[in-house]
Write a protein that binds this ligand. Sequence first.
Ligand code: DPP
Ligand code: ZN
Length: 875
Amino acid sequence: PLTIYRKDYTPPAFLVDTVELGFDLDPNRTIVANRITMQRNPAGTHTDIVLHGEEIELVQLRLNGKVLEAGEYQIDGVLLTIKDAPEHVVLEIETLCAPVENTTLSGLYVSNGNFFTQCEAEGFRRITYFPDRPDVMARYTVMLRADKAMYPVLLSNGNLVEEGDLGDGRHYAKWEDPFKKPSYLFALVAARLVCQEETYTLNSGRDVLLQVWVEDGNLDKTDYAMQSLKNSIRWDEERFGLELDLDRFMIVAVGDFNMGAMENKGLNIFNTKFVLANPRVATDIDYAGIEAVVGHEYFHNWTGNRVTCRDWFQLSLKEGLTVFRDQEFSADMIGSDSGRAVTRIDQVRTLRQAQFPEDAGPMSHPVRPDSFVEINNFYTVTVYEKGAEVVRMYQTLVGRDGFRKGMDLYFERHDGQAVTCDDFRAAMADANGRDLRQFERWYSQAGTPVVTARTRYDAVKRNFDIILSQRSNHPDQLPFHIPVAVGLLGEDGRDLPLTLDGGTHEKGATTVVLELTEHEQIFRFRNIDERPTPSILRDFSAPVILEYDYTDDELLHLFRHDSDPVNRWEAGQRLAMARLLKLTAQVASKHDKPLKLDTTFLDAQRALLIDESLDPAFRELALILPSEGIIAEQMDVVDPHAIHTARQFMRRTIGTELRAELLAQYHANQTPGEYSPDALSAGKRALKNLCLSYLLVAPDAVTQSLAQHQCEQAGNMTDRFAALVALIHSGLDASAFLQRFYDDFAGEALVIDKWFAMQAATPTTDVAAVRKLMAHPAFTLKNPNRARSLLFNFTNANPSQFHAADGSAYAFWAEHVIKLDAINPQVAARFARSMDRWRRYAPALQAKMKAALEQVAAQTKLSNDVLEVITKALA
Ligand code: DPP
Ligand code: ZN
């Protein structure tokens, strides 16, 4: 397959002014008429028109009114070239496609009898021939024609300008988007749907129409998405001064969707998972996901749509920035500092669980990649979540107001343009008079930097030095510009007021940001009267691995007192990790000595659990042990079974030793009355359900009946789901409860996804059990949500079974990568990545993983998507 390089970028030879699209929609044979006006780009380097087209049948091509004959244009793979075209061109292109046969869910496809599109990144070329690249921005007019009874709703981007009947049972609608946009933001929907709608008044006084479109029967699940949309609109006005630029903004939910959602101009198309919610079917986590994704797609209207990417290597320009914006939105919606910290801790967990491993594995790439085979493989945690960390670091370096100034300048300079990550960095630098040249390395260098700290205290001079150094596992990398937020705790646990040598911080500040730009630097604090405990990398101020030789006592001190909640949580994670690694080693060594957990650790956990001055949500996070995946990342040779045994031992010990306190907190954190997804209530449920899960590791009659009772009586999905998970993980026979759950929600696809997912992730579910679940009538590989719920959860969330010693689950993986690839390459390639870390396992497992990878590689008909992932894994 062909590798595409960032360095090979050339500007388009032709720019498009207008696009008029006509669709005669038919599931088997849709006719697309496309009229493009274009002219030579003064910045272009040649005079050929180059169009992309994929899996569409060309019926006719006219240039300036004249039909082009074969020979007057060339088709080579996905490229259609017209050599030496005149300065001004009108192209008329007629093509055919078969949406009902399109199982890739890219381009125009059918889901449950309705038409939808997905064009990012390169789906528009599956609809019509076009210069399908983000730096070609044009004005679109769209005419949709379809059967009126089957497809009563016809939607596209922008404003509805005309609609009517065509006779013969068909009708039409004409849409006009007043804004220039790249082709990846095109969308249409032709469907039988209903909507919740509302007129909303912007701060400026202008009224806009908001709509959330769903299938009939789901209107009882649209309130939260609508509320989140209104909150998003208000937030972007207030925090960034950005107003909705359309008269109408639509969200449409679809059950078959590769991603979470898509920010098409004025017509966002969403996976149902991020729209539909009511207390009966959705958990607190689902609600939080809806708020975040609705916000994310809405915020793209400015960061992505008004200002877009020059090329796909710049993807993080819009994604990193927009994830940062949705993170800030969610945090602001909670409002309190402690609530904000909880969202931050969640972000750190995601980075460690998914991004650090990605960056240490075969698919490692910089936030702005230098090359790719298939761009769809680069919608990654690195581009998104690490990209958001990079944006957050600007804010840490220049402050909130400075960041806003940078954003303002970015829009002032680039509104309506397709630009690069360098342009964004330049706006941040120029608006703040800062030199951010070195900061560029966060975009160009892959991998997770390791920051090592040493300290020394001089009691006589009353100096405390922090010596920071950085290294990377890539030998030729240059030092990063790393903001390291630091505080110092006194013996009483309080923050010491700081005086940093050469620092410009406010007098009396208790957290200062050290800027590490060299391999090693010394930072000196003055007037320190006692040896302090350093709290380093507060609020996780940079996406790095921090090494510091903390003693247990220092960690306990931080775990009890750190005013920075992220580092307080982090101290607990370090305490737990040290023990988990020791226990894992002991299990692996197969000595018969009984496993033990020290009372110091248990006492610290207990004290935190019952500290009611702390948010329940924080306590829950602080009491969750690092996941098996995160533990695995700390080991040179991963033994998934030893990890599982050690972690289960620790959970069981916490469950039994803290039984009384867990029970008390279980009862103290009930949320009676009407369900509300607010952060405080959700936090209480999270803590209560964590208590339940600890109590159920080794159930007794009391705790068993608590779980069963909660399963039967819960008034919301959060509690019902948690109780059922606790039951099926406990080893008790939960089959009757599982069946009841299924029967109660048989018509709710998203809940049935949960039903598959929870079983897939249960440590007793082996590959044979997964195969049995696949034979269930409700299972299908064709629906991405369903495939993810069972297959991905098994390979990613059930490590002790995925790594079964006989390699049977690896063979299962290979078989289904191949099966999925024939249906949907994007989903298959994601699934393929479950094997990313294969080189880190013990030789016996490694050999079997390699064989499975080679079995996939040996297939002759692999997609570029899967081929890229497998080739890189084996390289
Ligand atoms: N739909 C994806 C997102 O919003 C890609 N743009 O992140
Ligand atoms: Zn996005």
